[in-house]
Design a binder for this molecule. Structure first.
Ligand SMILES: [Zn+2]
Length: 138
């Protein structure tokens, strides 16, 4: 028997726009919005391309590989539900394809996390409905 997940779950501001991202994560695939007009791959999902303002958008699979752009080590979690995980690495990841996203870097000692560190996506099935995208050293 597994322990129920009791931490807060993602609450997308625009569920319809971000649904493909979360559905792909459940399949353990990382996808990003891509502009069919200029080719820009970006994140977070939105209704227009942030580079050219075009509205002809699709989703494209990305490698899941990137680098730590910035990070902090959380010792005092802002939400008490995450305190048992502290200390943990909370990072901005820049994907090889360009977009940046905020996530955790795990599967390594926190003192190993550095800016520029190569990482790859992992998928944490926290509930039957929700899979979180996290990162580990490549
Ligand atoms: Zn564009």
């Amino acid at each position: 028997m597994t322990t129920p997940y009791t931490k807060p779950l993602p609450a997308p501001a625009n569920e319809e726009l971000s649904r493909p991202f979360w559905e792909a994560a459940k399949r353990h695939q990382l996808i990003m919005p891509r502009c069919n007009t200029c080719g820009n791959v970006f994140f977070y999902p939105r209704e227009a391309c942030p580079a050219c303002l075009g509205g002809d958008l699709d989703w494209t699979p990305v490698s899941g590989r990137g680098r730590v752009y910035s990070y902090t080590i959380v010792h005092q979690a802002a939400n008490a539900a995450f305190q048992p995980d502290a200390p943990y690495a909370y990072a901005v990841i820049q994907l090889d394809e360009g977009p940046r996203l905020v996530s955790n870097v795990g599967d390594c000692p926190i003192e190993d996390v550095t800016v520029g560190m190569p990482v790859t996506a992992t998928f944490d099935d926290v509930t039957p409905e929700v899979t979180l995208v996290k990162f580990k050293p490549l």
